[in-house]
Design a protein around this ligand. Sequence first.
Ligand SMILES: [Fe+2]
Ligand SMILES: [Fe+2]
Length: 353
Amino acid sequence: MTVNSNLFQSDFESSAMTNEEIINKRRVINGFDDGLMQASPLKHPWAREIFKKMQKNNWVAEEIPFQTDYEQWTSNKLSEAEKNAFIRALAFASNLDGLLTKTLSELIKPNITSPEVCLAIARQVYEEALHVDSYSCMIEALSFNPEEVYGLYRKDKKLYYKNRTVLKSVSKIAVPGFKTGTFETDQLFLEACTTNLILEGIFFYSAFLIFYNLGKNNKMPGSKEMIQFINRDEDLHVALFVNIINSIKEEQPELWTEDLKALITQNVKDSVQMEHEWGVSCIGDGILGLTPQNIKEYIEFIGDTRLQSIGLKKIWNTANPFPWIDEHTQGNMIEVNFFEGRVKEYQTGTLEW
Ligand SMILES: [Fe+2]
Ligand SMILES: [Fe+2]
């Protein structure tokens, strides 16, 4: 009897697959997938490695002290311009993490056929939910009106347009019944993965800069610490998607056409410009050493890094104007004892606290 199920093979076959067959049939997309998550032997060891690093990065928002932040916010230690930058950075970051929780689980993960890659994305979805929760803890601890943060896009045109661009960029594969398996849908999916890289690897970076610069000036230290945790998670999300993109390219090289490369390069270019404009709208003429010019340089530097990571040519060749921030953004924060080193202390699963 044939069982009508997508879960695993519909008929009993008395034969085991060899490890070689399992590996040969495994692909990031369009591979053999019985839905039972046989994550060993591994075809994509980088995914297991990233998953293990993610497991070591456990943290919860309740561990972060917001008392100083609350006192500073309510005693006017921050200028109006600094407060404005803080709220805008928080508004966009919380909007984007909310969106990512949904798109990763509903649009990206259903098309992935490698169990070990699915494991890492499942953990990533949890971490996006953790980020969503941490913003709400921050908003409550600082006694903000939630609508003034989450709903800022309803009354702020610049934020509305940025959110709309983000939504538009993910909508190409947000069509009912979307499925990889043809040249066209596979290319769309590959493009969607690069869009995700842009969302997580470029669009957070003005916000991160603002929180770090406030923190460097001893302002809102709890908030800065929370962003460090989030940034550490995001570094691994970026690493995961760089590997997903490069593996799909390797497994289906026909997808990586000159047209697609040009389209992705243009997407990165447009995103860098948008992120720069957004950053400027947050800081105005400048706050605490942040200027429209050095935000531009920093976002261009980040854009070049993302292009290179997926085998595309750099555009700007701009030097990083904030070398002190390097260790937050280059993916090796686990080993780096930065600032007060508290992030390192929060790692579990290791005796080297
Ligand atoms: Fe996130
Ligand atoms: Fe993320």
